[in-house]
Design a protein around this ligand. Structure first.
Ligand code: C2O
Ligand code: CU
Length: 432
Protein backbone atom coordinates (compact mmCIF):
# COMPACT_ATOMS: atom_id res chain seq x y z
CA UNK A 1 0.00 0.00 0.00
CA UNK A 2 1.13 3.58 -0.45
CA UNK A 3 3.08 5.05 2.42
CA UNK A 4 1.41 6.98 5.21
CA UNK A 5 0.46 10.60 4.88
CA UNK A 6 2.69 13.08 3.14
CA UNK A 7 5.36 10.63 2.20
CA UNK A 8 5.49 8.65 5.38
CA UNK A 9 6.10 9.30 9.01
CA UNK A 10 9.53 10.41 10.01
CA UNK A 11 11.05 10.65 6.51
CA UNK A 12 13.81 13.21 6.14
CA UNK A 13 12.75 16.80 5.64
CA UNK A 14 13.80 17.59 2.09
CA UNK A 15 15.65 20.68 1.01
CA UNK A 16 13.81 22.83 -1.50
CA UNK A 17 15.47 25.01 -4.09
CA UNK A 18 19.05 26.14 -3.69
CA UNK A 19 19.65 24.03 -0.62
CA UNK A 20 17.08 25.83 1.54
CA UNK A 21 15.56 23.41 4.03
CA UNK A 22 11.81 23.77 4.40
CA UNK A 23 12.44 24.06 8.11
CA UNK A 24 14.05 27.44 7.41
CA UNK A 25 10.80 28.75 5.92
CA UNK A 26 9.33 29.54 9.29
CA UNK A 27 6.77 32.12 10.29
CA UNK A 28 7.32 35.52 11.89
CA UNK A 29 7.81 35.66 15.65
CA UNK A 30 5.94 38.91 16.31
CA UNK A 31 2.44 40.24 15.69
CA UNK A 32 1.78 43.03 13.21
CA UNK A 33 1.70 46.58 14.65
CA UNK A 34 -1.29 46.79 16.96
CA UNK A 35 -1.79 43.01 16.95
CA UNK A 36 -1.51 40.71 19.94
CA UNK A 37 0.22 37.39 20.48
CA UNK A 38 -2.26 34.52 20.89
CA UNK A 39 -0.48 31.77 22.78
CA UNK A 40 -2.15 28.35 22.77
CA UNK A 41 -1.03 24.93 23.83
CA UNK A 42 -2.93 21.96 22.45
CA UNK A 43 -2.23 18.47 23.64
CA UNK A 44 -3.02 15.44 21.54
CA UNK A 45 -4.19 12.44 23.51
CA UNK A 46 -6.51 9.50 23.41
CA UNK A 47 -9.71 9.95 25.38
CA UNK A 48 -13.20 8.59 25.66
CA UNK A 49 -15.54 11.51 25.06
CA UNK A 50 -19.30 11.67 25.53
CA UNK A 51 -21.35 13.36 22.82
CA UNK A 52 -24.44 15.33 23.85
CA UNK A 53 -26.67 12.24 23.66
CA UNK A 54 -24.41 10.43 26.11
CA UNK A 55 -22.99 8.22 23.36
CA UNK A 56 -19.31 7.60 24.09
CA UNK A 57 -16.62 7.79 21.45
CA UNK A 58 -13.12 6.36 21.75
CA UNK A 59 -11.33 9.27 20.20
CA UNK A 60 -8.01 10.85 19.42
CA UNK A 61 -8.40 14.35 20.78
CA UNK A 62 -6.82 17.70 21.26
CA UNK A 63 -7.14 18.58 24.95
CA UNK A 64 -9.53 15.70 25.56
CA UNK A 65 -12.34 17.43 23.65
CA UNK A 66 -14.32 16.77 20.47
CA UNK A 67 -13.59 18.85 18.46
CA UNK A 68 -10.34 20.32 19.79
CA UNK A 69 -10.18 23.76 21.39
CA UNK A 70 -11.55 26.57 19.20
CA UNK A 71 -8.70 28.89 18.25
CA UNK A 72 -9.49 32.54 17.60
CA UNK A 73 -7.52 35.60 16.63
CA UNK A 74 -7.99 39.08 15.29
CA UNK A 75 -6.38 39.88 11.95
CA UNK A 76 -2.77 40.93 12.52
CA UNK A 77 -2.33 38.82 15.66
CA UNK A 78 0.43 36.26 15.92
CA UNK A 79 -0.84 32.74 16.48
CA UNK A 80 1.69 30.96 18.68
CA UNK A 81 0.53 27.38 19.08
CA UNK A 82 2.50 24.69 20.85
CA UNK A 83 1.43 21.18 19.93
CA UNK A 84 2.19 18.47 22.46
CA UNK A 85 1.67 14.81 21.74
CA UNK A 86 0.93 12.88 24.90
CA UNK A 87 0.15 9.38 23.64
CA UNK A 88 -0.82 9.25 19.96
CA UNK A 89 1.45 6.42 18.82
CA UNK A 90 1.12 7.25 15.13
CA UNK A 91 2.32 10.80 15.78
CA UNK A 92 0.61 14.12 15.15
CA UNK A 93 1.09 17.43 13.36
CA UNK A 94 -1.05 20.55 12.99
CA UNK A 95 -2.04 21.59 9.50
CA UNK A 96 -3.84 24.93 9.11
CA UNK A 97 -6.41 24.03 6.48
CA UNK A 98 -6.93 26.89 4.03
CA UNK A 99 -4.51 29.19 5.81
CA UNK A 100 -1.64 30.31 3.60
CA UNK A 101 1.04 29.97 6.27
CA UNK A 102 4.81 29.96 5.63
CA UNK A 103 5.79 26.49 4.51
CA UNK A 104 7.66 25.54 7.68
CA UNK A 105 4.41 26.02 9.66
CA UNK A 106 2.24 23.90 7.34
CA UNK A 107 2.35 20.69 9.33
CA UNK A 108 2.91 18.20 6.51
CA UNK A 109 4.93 15.38 8.08
CA UNK A 110 7.90 14.20 6.05
CA UNK A 111 7.59 17.28 3.86
CA UNK A 112 7.67 20.39 6.04
CA UNK A 113 8.53 18.90 9.43
CA UNK A 114 9.15 15.65 11.21
CA UNK A 115 6.08 14.05 12.69
CA UNK A 116 5.64 14.84 16.41
CA UNK A 117 5.94 11.52 18.24
CA UNK A 118 4.32 10.65 21.55
CA UNK A 119 6.17 12.70 24.14
CA UNK A 120 7.25 15.30 21.57
CA UNK A 121 6.19 18.84 20.82
CA UNK A 122 6.33 21.43 18.04
CA UNK A 123 5.73 25.17 18.11
CA UNK A 124 3.86 26.82 15.23
CA UNK A 125 3.90 30.55 14.69
CA UNK A 126 2.22 32.51 11.94
CA UNK A 127 0.51 35.81 11.37
CA UNK A 128 -3.29 35.76 11.30
CA UNK A 129 -3.44 37.79 8.09
CA UNK A 130 -6.49 36.11 6.55
CA UNK A 131 -9.80 36.83 8.28
CA UNK A 132 -12.44 34.13 8.06
CA UNK A 133 -13.46 30.61 9.00
CA UNK A 134 -10.75 27.95 8.91
CA UNK A 135 -9.82 24.77 10.72
CA UNK A 136 -6.81 22.83 11.83
CA UNK A 137 -6.18 19.12 11.82
CA UNK A 138 -3.46 16.54 12.10
CA UNK A 139 -1.78 15.62 8.83
CA UNK A 140 -0.26 12.36 10.01
CA UNK A 141 -2.29 9.29 8.99
CA UNK A 142 -4.99 11.90 8.63
CA UNK A 143 -7.58 9.45 7.29
CA UNK A 144 -7.53 7.98 10.79
CA UNK A 145 -6.52 10.96 12.90
CA UNK A 146 -9.04 13.46 11.58
CA UNK A 147 -11.88 10.93 11.59
CA UNK A 148 -11.14 10.10 15.23
CA UNK A 149 -11.15 13.72 16.31
CA UNK A 150 -7.79 15.41 15.82
CA UNK A 151 -9.18 18.68 14.52
CA UNK A 152 -10.58 22.01 15.68
CA UNK A 153 -11.76 25.36 14.34
CA UNK A 154 -9.79 28.53 13.67
CA UNK A 155 -11.73 31.78 13.30
CA UNK A 156 -9.99 35.05 12.55
CA UNK A 157 -12.08 38.19 12.77
CA UNK A 158 -11.27 41.26 10.72
CA UNK A 159 -9.62 43.92 12.81
CA UNK A 160 -11.69 46.84 11.59
CA UNK A 161 -15.04 45.07 11.78
CA UNK A 162 -15.42 44.85 15.56
CA UNK A 163 -18.39 47.23 15.31
CA UNK A 164 -20.35 45.11 12.85
CA UNK A 165 -19.71 41.76 14.56
CA UNK A 166 -22.81 39.56 14.54
CA UNK A 167 -24.76 39.37 17.81
CA UNK A 168 -24.97 35.60 17.38
CA UNK A 169 -21.86 34.08 15.81
CA UNK A 170 -21.87 30.29 15.78
CA UNK A 171 -19.04 28.05 14.64
CA UNK A 172 -20.59 24.78 13.46
CA UNK A 173 -18.12 22.03 12.55
CA UNK A 174 -19.98 19.02 11.18
CA UNK A 175 -18.25 15.70 11.74
CA UNK A 176 -19.16 12.03 11.76
CA UNK A 177 -17.99 10.31 14.94
CA UNK A 178 -18.39 6.53 14.86
CA UNK A 179 -21.02 6.85 12.15
CA UNK A 180 -23.02 9.54 13.98
CA UNK A 181 -23.16 13.07 12.56
CA UNK A 182 -22.54 15.76 15.17
CA UNK A 183 -22.21 19.51 15.15
CA UNK A 184 -19.34 20.12 17.52
CA UNK A 185 -19.96 17.40 20.09
CA UNK A 186 -23.74 17.64 19.72
CA UNK A 187 -25.27 14.64 17.99
CA UNK A 188 -28.82 15.86 18.66
CA UNK A 189 -30.50 19.18 17.91
CA UNK A 190 -28.60 22.28 19.01
CA UNK A 191 -30.77 24.99 20.57
CA UNK A 192 -29.76 28.59 20.27
CA UNK A 193 -31.56 31.61 21.67
CA UNK A 194 -31.65 34.64 19.38
CA UNK A 195 -33.58 37.88 19.74
CA UNK A 196 -35.71 38.95 16.78
CA UNK A 197 -33.69 41.51 14.82
CA UNK A 198 -30.33 40.10 15.91
CA UNK A 199 -27.61 39.81 13.29
CA UNK A 200 -26.64 36.14 12.97
CA UNK A 201 -23.58 34.52 11.42
CA UNK A 202 -23.35 30.75 11.02
CA UNK A 203 -19.95 29.30 10.17
CA UNK A 204 -20.44 25.86 8.66
CA UNK A 205 -17.42 23.56 8.41
CA UNK A 206 -17.31 20.11 6.88
CA UNK A 207 -14.56 18.15 8.59
CA UNK A 208 -15.62 14.82 7.03
CA UNK A 209 -14.40 13.18 3.84
CA UNK A 210 -17.72 13.37 2.00
CA UNK A 211 -19.89 16.39 1.20
CA UNK A 212 -22.77 17.42 3.47
CA UNK A 213 -26.03 19.05 2.37
CA UNK A 214 -27.30 22.02 4.36
CA UNK A 215 -30.55 23.95 4.23
CA UNK A 216 -31.72 26.94 6.26
CA UNK A 217 -35.46 27.30 6.79
CA UNK A 218 -37.48 30.16 8.24
CA UNK A 219 -35.43 33.04 6.92
CA UNK A 220 -33.82 34.47 3.85
CA UNK A 221 -30.03 34.50 4.15
CA UNK A 222 -26.82 35.28 2.36
CA UNK A 223 -23.83 33.06 1.76
CA UNK A 224 -21.18 35.68 2.49
CA UNK A 225 -17.96 33.67 2.46
CA UNK A 226 -16.67 30.41 1.02
CA UNK A 227 -13.56 28.81 2.51
CA UNK A 228 -12.96 31.92 4.59
CA UNK A 229 -12.94 34.23 1.56
CA UNK A 230 -15.69 36.85 1.14
CA UNK A 231 -17.94 36.71 -1.91
CA UNK A 232 -18.72 39.83 -3.91
CA UNK A 233 -22.29 41.13 -3.46
CA UNK A 234 -23.89 37.87 -2.37
CA UNK A 235 -27.63 38.10 -2.99
CA UNK A 236 -30.42 37.01 -0.68
CA UNK A 237 -31.30 33.32 -0.85
CA UNK A 238 -34.21 31.27 0.33
CA UNK A 239 -35.28 27.68 -0.21
CA UNK A 240 -31.86 26.72 -1.48
CA UNK A 241 -29.78 23.70 -0.63
CA UNK A 242 -26.08 24.18 0.01
CA UNK A 243 -23.65 21.41 -0.68
CA UNK A 244 -20.44 21.82 1.28
CA UNK A 245 -17.39 19.87 0.07
CA UNK A 246 -15.18 17.92 2.45
CA UNK A 247 -12.85 20.37 4.17
CA UNK A 248 -14.86 23.41 3.02
CA UNK A 249 -16.53 26.25 4.93
CA UNK A 250 -19.59 28.40 4.28
CA UNK A 251 -20.44 31.53 6.28
CA UNK A 252 -24.14 32.42 6.25
CA UNK A 253 -25.69 35.62 7.59
CA UNK A 254 -29.25 36.68 8.24
CA UNK A 255 -31.34 38.83 10.55
CA UNK A 256 -33.21 36.81 13.13
CA UNK A 257 -36.97 36.87 12.42
CA UNK A 258 -39.69 36.67 15.08
CA UNK A 259 -40.30 33.05 14.14
CA UNK A 260 -37.82 30.17 14.38
CA UNK A 261 -34.94 29.39 12.09
CA UNK A 262 -33.91 25.81 11.48
CA UNK A 263 -30.75 24.35 9.96
CA UNK A 264 -30.83 20.90 8.44
CA UNK A 265 -27.83 18.72 7.72
CA UNK A 266 -28.42 15.95 5.18
CA UNK A 267 -32.17 16.47 5.62
CA UNK A 268 -32.22 16.25 9.44
CA UNK A 269 -32.96 19.21 11.71
CA UNK A 270 -29.74 19.86 13.63
CA UNK A 271 -30.03 23.46 14.85
CA UNK A 272 -33.08 25.35 16.04
CA UNK A 273 -32.85 29.06 16.75
CA UNK A 274 -35.35 31.37 18.44
CA UNK A 275 -38.55 30.50 20.22
CA UNK A 276 -41.09 31.08 17.48
CA UNK A 277 -43.33 28.66 15.63
CA UNK A 278 -42.00 25.71 13.76
CA UNK A 279 -40.98 26.22 10.16
CA UNK A 280 -41.20 23.88 7.23
CA UNK A 281 -37.97 22.44 5.87
CA UNK A 282 -37.58 21.00 2.41
CA UNK A 283 -35.40 19.39 -0.20
CA UNK A 284 -34.52 22.53 -2.10
CA UNK A 285 -32.52 22.89 -5.29
CA UNK A 286 -28.82 23.22 -4.77
CA UNK A 287 -27.25 26.65 -5.11
CA UNK A 288 -24.87 26.90 -8.06
CA UNK A 289 -21.93 28.72 -6.50
CA UNK A 290 -20.53 29.70 -9.87
CA UNK A 291 -23.61 31.77 -10.64
CA UNK A 292 -23.98 33.43 -7.23
CA UNK A 293 -23.02 37.00 -6.34
CA UNK A 294 -21.74 39.68 -8.69
CA UNK A 295 -18.72 39.56 -10.99
CA UNK A 296 -15.68 41.64 -10.06
CA UNK A 297 -12.18 42.12 -11.41
CA UNK A 298 -9.92 39.08 -11.11
CA UNK A 299 -6.14 38.98 -11.52
CA UNK A 300 -6.31 36.18 -14.12
CA UNK A 301 -8.90 34.21 -16.08
CA UNK A 302 -9.30 31.44 -18.66
CA UNK A 303 -7.65 33.63 -21.30
CA UNK A 304 -4.49 34.39 -19.31
CA UNK A 305 -1.15 32.97 -20.46
CA UNK A 306 0.05 30.87 -17.52
CA UNK A 307 3.66 30.15 -16.69
CA UNK A 308 2.72 26.59 -15.72
CA UNK A 309 -0.30 24.51 -16.55
CA UNK A 310 -0.73 21.16 -14.84
CA UNK A 311 -3.42 18.69 -15.77
CA UNK A 312 -4.41 16.17 -13.15
CA UNK A 313 -6.58 13.26 -14.29
CA UNK A 314 -8.19 11.59 -11.29
CA UNK A 315 -9.14 7.95 -11.46
CA UNK A 316 -8.76 4.70 -9.60
CA UNK A 317 -7.36 1.33 -10.47
CA UNK A 318 -4.21 -0.70 -10.41
CA UNK A 319 -1.23 1.59 -10.76
CA UNK A 320 2.48 1.56 -10.18
CA UNK A 321 3.04 2.69 -6.63
CA UNK A 322 6.60 2.75 -5.36
CA UNK A 323 7.69 0.41 -8.15
CA UNK A 324 4.96 -2.16 -7.62
CA UNK A 325 1.43 -2.55 -8.98
CA UNK A 326 -1.18 -1.75 -6.33
CA UNK A 327 -4.79 -0.64 -6.16
CA UNK A 328 -4.75 3.12 -5.85
CA UNK A 329 -6.61 6.36 -6.20
CA UNK A 330 -4.57 7.85 -8.99
CA UNK A 331 -3.43 11.12 -10.51
CA UNK A 332 -2.37 10.71 -14.15
CA UNK A 333 -2.30 6.96 -13.67
CA UNK A 334 -0.02 6.91 -10.66
CA UNK A 335 -0.40 6.85 -6.90
CA UNK A 336 1.53 8.66 -4.18
CA UNK A 337 4.51 8.58 -3.72
CA UNK A 338 5.07 7.81 -7.41
CA UNK A 339 3.34 10.89 -8.81
CA UNK A 340 5.90 13.37 -10.20
CA UNK A 341 6.19 16.64 -8.30
CA UNK A 342 4.85 19.81 -9.85
CA UNK A 343 7.66 22.34 -10.10
CA UNK A 344 6.97 26.08 -10.02
CA UNK A 345 9.04 29.21 -9.55
CA UNK A 346 8.29 32.07 -7.19
CA UNK A 347 6.01 34.50 -9.01
CA UNK A 348 4.65 32.00 -11.54
CA UNK A 349 1.03 32.12 -12.57
CA UNK A 350 -0.11 28.53 -12.27
CA UNK A 351 -3.16 26.84 -13.72
CA UNK A 352 -4.56 23.47 -12.73
CA UNK A 353 -6.97 21.50 -14.88
CA UNK A 354 -8.50 18.75 -12.75
CA UNK A 355 -10.32 16.01 -14.67
CA UNK A 356 -12.36 13.44 -12.79
CA UNK A 357 -12.60 10.20 -14.75
CA UNK A 358 -13.80 8.18 -11.76
CA UNK A 359 -17.23 7.52 -10.31
CA UNK A 360 -16.49 9.26 -7.01
CA UNK A 361 -16.32 12.91 -5.99
CA UNK A 362 -12.84 14.26 -5.28
CA UNK A 363 -12.62 17.40 -3.10
CA UNK A 364 -9.33 18.81 -4.36
CA UNK A 365 -7.13 20.72 -1.92
CA UNK A 366 -3.83 22.54 -2.41
CA UNK A 367 -1.89 23.62 0.65
CA UNK A 368 -0.57 27.13 1.10
CA UNK A 369 -2.47 28.81 -1.74
CA UNK A 370 -6.08 29.80 -2.16
CA UNK A 371 -7.08 29.20 -5.77
CA UNK A 372 -9.43 31.12 -8.05
CA UNK A 373 -11.98 29.02 -9.90
CA UNK A 374 -11.64 29.76 -13.64
CA UNK A 375 -14.19 27.34 -15.03
CA UNK A 376 -16.25 24.25 -14.37
CA UNK A 377 -16.56 22.00 -17.42
CA UNK A 378 -15.02 24.76 -19.51
CA UNK A 379 -17.64 27.36 -18.54
CA UNK A 380 -16.46 30.36 -16.53
CA UNK A 381 -18.61 31.37 -13.56
CA UNK A 382 -21.12 34.18 -13.99
CA UNK A 383 -21.18 35.31 -10.36
CA UNK A 384 -18.72 36.47 -7.74
CA UNK A 385 -15.06 35.56 -8.15
CA UNK A 386 -14.73 32.31 -6.23
CA UNK A 387 -11.54 31.80 -4.21
CA UNK A 388 -11.42 28.45 -2.47
CA UNK A 389 -9.03 26.02 -0.91
CA UNK A 390 -11.10 22.92 -1.59
CA UNK A 391 -13.33 22.31 -4.61
CA UNK A 392 -15.49 19.31 -5.32
CA UNK A 393 -14.74 17.70 -8.65
CA UNK A 394 -17.70 15.42 -9.24
CA UNK A 395 -17.63 12.35 -11.49
CA UNK A 396 -17.00 13.37 -15.10
CA UNK A 397 -16.30 17.01 -14.28
CA UNK A 398 -13.36 19.18 -15.31
CA UNK A 399 -12.35 22.14 -13.13
CA UNK A 400 -9.88 24.85 -14.00
CA UNK A 401 -8.39 26.89 -11.17
CA UNK A 402 -5.40 29.21 -10.91
CA UNK A 403 -3.17 30.93 -8.41
CA UNK A 404 -0.05 33.02 -8.20
CA UNK A 405 2.86 31.08 -6.73
CA UNK A 406 3.98 33.41 -3.95
CA UNK A 407 4.58 31.10 -1.01
CA UNK A 408 7.88 29.25 -1.47
CA UNK A 409 8.31 25.73 -0.20
CA UNK A 410 6.91 22.30 -0.77
CA UNK A 411 3.16 21.87 -0.61
CA UNK A 412 0.87 18.87 -0.48
CA UNK A 413 -1.72 18.81 -3.24
CA UNK A 414 -4.33 16.14 -2.66
CA UNK A 415 -7.84 14.84 -2.51
CA UNK A 416 -9.48 15.83 0.79
CA UNK A 417 -11.46 12.66 0.89
CA UNK A 418 -8.73 11.53 3.27
CA UNK A 419 -9.00 7.79 2.60
CA UNK A 420 -8.49 8.64 -1.08
CA UNK A 421 -5.37 10.63 -0.21
CA UNK A 422 -4.15 7.67 1.81
CA UNK A 423 -4.81 5.41 -1.19
CA UNK A 424 -2.52 7.47 -3.37
CA UNK A 425 -4.35 10.62 -4.48
CA UNK A 426 -1.71 13.04 -3.27
CA UNK A 427 1.30 14.76 -4.75
CA UNK A 428 3.60 17.66 -4.06
CA UNK A 429 4.01 21.07 -5.58
CA UNK A 430 7.52 22.35 -5.09
CA UNK A 431 9.13 25.73 -5.70
CA UNK A 432 12.28 25.25 -7.66
CU1 C2O B 1 -7.05 19.77 5.26
CU2 C2O B 1 -3.67 18.36 3.40
O1 C2O B 1 -5.37 19.03 4.36
CU1 CU C 1 -10.88 11.68 -3.80
Amino acid sequence: APAADAGGGAAAVHPIAHGTAVTELRGPTAAAAGGAVRPYTVTARTATVALASGRRVDAWTFDGALPGPPLTAVQGDLLDVTLRNEDIGDGVTLHWHGYDVPCGEDGAPGATQEVVPAGGEFRYRFRADQAGTFWYHTHQVSHLGVRRGLFGTLVVTPREAEAEAAAVDLVLPVHTFDGVVAIGADDGVLRQAAEPGAAVRLRLLNTDSDPHRFALAGTAFRLVAVDGRDLNEPGELSERGLRLPAGGRYDLTFTMPASSVVLTVDGEVRLRMGGGDDVATGEWPELDLLGYGAPADVPFDLGTAYDRHFTMVLDRGVAMVDGRPAFAQTVNGRGHPSIPEQLVADGDLVRFTVVNRSLETHPWHLHGHGVLVLARDGRPGTGSPLWVDTFDVRPGEVWDVAFEARNPGVWMNHCHNLPHADQGMMLRLRYD
